[in-house]
Unconditional design. Structure first.
Length: 155
């Protein structure tokens, strides 16, 4: 049984819903969840906001926040997760923003930097990872870490 199936089963057992706001993973997390039979009982939906413009329009991110902190920041991840929560009111909301590479990194935020925000039953937690792998492996590992973390939060 894969992580996504375990996650869907745990959400179902706990009568919890989940929603996602993804940037650098391009919907990979939502795809993994919806590959599981029964996901429609727990997955409310997701937003793929790859561009800053869509982050602002779909998730109501203040352009000043992005200008001040960048789209790859804890602050943006928090705003994204709060945005998807406002839209869906899911019990579990997750946002992911980062730099998948191989280009786009800086000295302060190298390729592989990713911020993930979790809002579970109103409690916010933000994690930062550095996953320096090719794009596909990067997405896979980010999603695996996110699902593992959500499962731990659910108990």
């Amino acid at each position: 049984m894969g992580s996504a199936e375990i996650l869907v089963n745990r959400l179902t057992k706990n009568h919890k819903t989940i929603a996602t706001a993804e940037s650098c993973t391009g919907g990979a997390l939502a795809n993994l969840i919806t590959n599981v039979s029964g996901a429609s009982q727990v997955f409310l939906g997701g937003v793929i906001a790859y561009s800053n413009d869509l982050k602002q329009k779909l998730l109501s991110i203040d352009p000043q926040l992005i200008a001040q902190h960048s789209a790859v920041s804890a602050e943006c991840a928090e705003a994204m997760v709060r945005g998807i929560h406002r839209i869906t009111n899911a019990d579990v909301c997750v946002s992911i923003t980062g730099i998948a590479g191989p280009t786009g990194g800086t000295k302060d935020k190298p390729v592989g930097t990713v911020f993930v925000a979790f809002l579970v039953d109103g409690k916010l937690e933000i994690e930062k990872y550095l996953i320096q792998k090719d794009r596909t492996a990067f997405k896979d590992e980010v999603c695996e870490r996110v699902m593992t973390r959500v499962m731990k939060r659910l108990g």
